[in-house]
Design a protein around this ligand. Structure first.
Ligand SMILES: Cc1ncc(COP(=O)(O)O)c(C=O)c1O
Length: 376
């Protein structure tokens, strides 16, 4: 099976022969992994439940975990899900990889569309499904907002959106997402929004919308053809707890649940207990949001970039992203990710992705170093 190399592997190859300036400490602004300690109450909860390792975890997940997810969706998006409208997943990555394989399995000419640039797993899922791919190109000209022609939509069996978007930090409003829901009903394709960054927002009065809310807005309150995925990895600084969910169309989820029994990726019970605590608690997330808010303030002061509505990424326009990445590493010992490693068909060229996942002090120091480099 012909999978592309992962972007971080491509980066290692790009930088392999370069001797970085050792006057500076290495600063890796590459990976979307928050560098903050997982809150103590989550670690404690995990420890308290280790005796439950004795049990096989059920694929459906503990009822209390599902309830915590339902509670989160209710509080955050004012959407009331039923128990059959949500499935806990082992993070979202596994579901993003295997859901397309499940959804496309019996299609004659399987076709998937996803935003481009993208989180690498979407492409891997398309390859594993032997699906034809339609790239939804996100460019400066279209404000990085997903759009396809009706001709293209007619061909789609599955569309994956990702708003708030990695890597461009773009957002789509509820009414823009509603437009996509209407298209999913009109052309009968499954529409998924990967909402992993929905909680890394900065304005309490202007939070990113969920596709579930958008679906209700157009009268599709049973979520026909509509699904979202979300995760505590970014929200709770807990990627190691591996907790995500897929929620929406109960008809689709019923069959997907059966499929997942065979995949066998149920989360260990102690992790489920700690994950439930994370979904149920909000103040720790507010603490993390405050750090990212400060980081973007610093980025605005130093680099002049406008803070996005959500995510912790800067999608920085540069002349030649590969040269920029190499020289920045050589001269300042800073790693960033070339946009072209995250896109296809020329998308991502002329950009680098910078992840602001460190504390404010470190962010300030590294961005000042980066600015020095830009100013030459
Ligand atoms: C857009 C996007 N989706 C999904 C994931 C996967 O997150 P997890 O499997 O930890 O839920 C990531 C992680 O970086 C991501 O950037």
């Amino acid at each position: 099976m012909n999978f592309e190399k992962y972007p971080f592997e491509k980066l290692s190859e790009l930088l392999a022969d370069i001797n970085p300036n050792e006057d500076y400490e290495l600063a890796a602004l590459t990976i979307g992994e928050p560098k903050f300690e997982t809150p103590k109450f989550l670690q404690e909860c995990l420890k308290e439940n280790t005796s439950l390792l004795q049990k096989y975890p059920a694929s459906a997940g503990l009822p209390e975990l599902k309830e915590s997810m339902i509670n989160f969706v209710q509080k955050r998006f004012n959407v009331k899900l039923e128990m059959n409208q949500v499935i806990p997943t082992f993070g979202t990555r596994e579901a993003l990889f295997n859901f397309p394989q499940f959804a496309l399995f019996d299609k004659e000419n399987p076709t998937i569309a996803f935003t481009n640039p993208f989180y690498q797993i979407y492409e891997g899922a398309a390859r594993a499904s032997r699906a034809e791919v339609i790239h939804i190109n996100l460019t400066k000209e279209n404000n990085f907002k997903a759009q396809l022609s009706d001709e293209q939509l007619k061909k789609c069996d599955l569309v994956i959106l990702n708003y708030p978007n990695n890597p461009t930090s773009a957002e789509m409003t509820k009414s823009e997402l509603s437009g996509w829901v209407k298209k999913a009903l009109e052309f009968d394709f499954i529409l998924v929004n990967d909402e992993c960054y929905s909680e890394i927002y900065f304005d309490e009065k202007d939070k990113p919308a969920s596709l579930l809310e958008a679906s209700i807005e157009v009268g599709n309150s049973e979520f026909k053809n509509v699904l979202v995925m979300n995760s505590i990895s970014k929200r709770s600084s807990a990627p190691g707890l591996r907790s995500g969910f897929i929620a929406g169309d109960a008809e689709i989820l019923k069959d997907y649940m059966k499929y997942r029994t065979y995949v066998g990726c149920a989360s260990p019970v102690p992790l489920q207990k700690a994950a439930a605590a994370a979904w149920n608690e909000e103040s720790h997330v507010e603490g993390f949001r405050e750090i990212y808010r400060e980081n973007f303030k610093v980025a605005q002061e130093i680099l002049g970039v406008k803070p996005p509505k959500a995510t912790f990424y800067i999608w920085l326009e540069v002349e030649d992203e590969l040269e920029f990445t190499k020289k920045l590493f050589e001269e300042k010992h800073i790693k960033v990710l070339p946009g072209s490693f995250l896109g296809r068909e020329g998308i991502g060229k002329g950009y680098v992705r910078i992840a602001l996942v460190e504390n404010v002090q470190k962010t300030k120091e590294v961005l000042t170093r980066l600015k020095d480099f830009i100013d030459g």
